[in-house]
Write a protein that binds this ligand. Structure first.
Ligand SMILES: [Zn+2]
Ligand SMILES: [Zn+2]
Length: 436
């Protein structure tokens, strides 16, 4: 629909499809040639035409081939028209690098065919059909192969677009930025990142006690040099560098994660000043553990239940097949929207910052409500500690909101896949005889 608003000249443009020879005014069902020729084609006619080219290319006897022999072709066409097809892909720049024979040793089928390398990584789904769509056809007039824009099918949904853009951004930013700084200087990067996250959530006095240091500004100076980093007490170093890992595993119930959380909590306990009167980290960790426990056994169960319903209903829409569901290879919440390590890492890194902003909003709301309803109550702690409590609550609120949004995005994606399947199937099998 967008062309209507931005290109008023297109509104009255008459289009004639060079396949079916029908004509009408331009709308979203049309594709215009980008090669410079004044030609137009229906999206559906283009798909039909592509299907026919590939049937002739790949099936030895197109008229008398076994039923379902054209399945890989149709699947590839679905992949082509999928406007959000990066939801299926989990490879990033780093992973492409790894498959290059010079840098990595990962053995991939068709090692000498770079295109196939990418395609086998394309979905990381083992039963993905061979990527057969090699040709996009050529312009009948100028014979250019790059003559048309990819015809895409999408549903309009801001939430779905948000997840799509987030995945696309993190795919490049995380592997390039964070991974390279981790490779160049792992100690300093994890130290800086951990300290920044801790500062987002905790006020200076809590941090001072937690890290057993007179001022945290000294840590910035220490972090400048390798000798400085070594002079920081070991327990403080572990608390700072392990914080990202602790956050990543906060709702993880695997044995390894629980063991790590125990060890981390014990280190935090031994590092802090025992005579500290304020709200210390052990107390916060205790309450946040209780909160994640409640979350895991109530809301998460509820979300998983809805996800399972969604998969039962719409799992067949996944054009690569829903074998993962039966094998339980993919967590239910990643069934329709695949997320890779870079997206998850980016989410864990920015989580405290988002939590802080959400906490700030909640605090404003709380103070407004207190004023409005004239509630006489003052917290039993310092203002900075009170703000800290709201930061933690903000983190929880942000996490729950994000997972609710993800559930909704999965639902929209499921509907979108249904639309894509319908479009590709209707335009390939239905009118096979027309071209013979
Ligand atoms: Zn047509
Ligand atoms: Zn042309």
């Amino acid at each position: 629909m967008i062309p209507f608003q931005f290109f008023p000249a297109l509104r009255k443009k008459r289009c004639i499809c060079w396949i079916c020879l029908e004509d009408s005014t331009y709308d979203s069902t049309w594709l215009l040639h980008t090669c410079g020729c004044n030609l137009q084609i229906h999206k559906s006619c283009y798909i039909k035409w592509l299907y026919q080219i590939h049937v002739e290319l790949f099936l030895s006897d197109p008229l008398d081939s076994p039923k379902g022999a054209d399945l890989p072709i149709i699947t590839s066409l679905k992949c082509l028209v999928d406007g959000h097809h990066d939801f299926m892909t989990t490879f990033s720049l780093a992973e492409i690098w790894e498959t290059r024979p010079i840098w990595g040793q990962k053995s991939v089928p068709f090692q000498n065919d770079y295109l196939f390398n990418i395609m086998s990584l394309y979905t990381k789904r083992n039963n993905h059909p061979p990527y057969v769509l090699l040709k996009f056809g050529q312009c009948p007039q100028c014979k250019k192969t790059n003559f048309i824009k990819r015809p895409t099918v999408t549903t309009y949904s801001p939430v779905l677009s948000l997840f799509y853009q987030w995945q696309k951004i993190t795919r490049y930013v995380v592997p390039l930025g964070i991974t390279s700084s981790f490779l160049l200087n792992p100690e300093k990067t994890s130290f800086d990142l951990g300290l920044w996250q801790l500062r987002c959530l905790f006020p200076e006095n809590v941090l001072r006690n937690m890290l057993n240091i007179s001022t945290t500004k000294a840590l910035d100076v220490y972090a400048q040099t390798e000798r400085g980093l070594l002079s920081i007490p070991l327990t403080s170093s572990i608390i700072i560098c392990g914080f990202l890992h602790y956050l990543s595993n906060i709702s993880n119930v695997s044995a390894n994660a629980i063991l790590f959380k125990w060890v981390y909590l014990n280190i935090v306990k031994t590092a802090g000043n025992k005579y500290y009167k304020g709200i210390g980290l052990p107390k916060i960790i205790l309450y946040s553990n209780l909160a994640t426990f409640c979350y895991n056994f109530s809301l998460k169960r509820f979300f998983d239940l809805i996800y399972k319903k969604l998969i039962d209903k719409g799992g067949r829409n996944l054009y690569h097949g829903d074998f993962e569901n039966t094998n339980h290879m993919v967590p239910v919440d990643e069934f329709f929207i695949r997320r890779s390590w870079y997206t998850i890492l980016a989410e864990k890194i920015v989580w405290p910052l988002v939590g802080k902003c959400t906490g700030g909003l909640l605090l404003k709301l709380f103070l407004w409500a207190q004023k409005k309803f004239k509630i006489e109550w003052s917290p039993n702690c310092s203002p900075s500690e009170f703000r800290m409590i709201f930061n933690i609550i903000g983190c929880g609120t942000a996490a729950i909101s994000w997972s609710s949004l993800k559930l909704y995005a999965s639902y929209r994606r499921c509907l979108e896949l249904e639309k894509i399947n319908k479009f590709a199937e209707e335009n390939s099998r239905e009118e096979e005889t027309e071209f013979f």
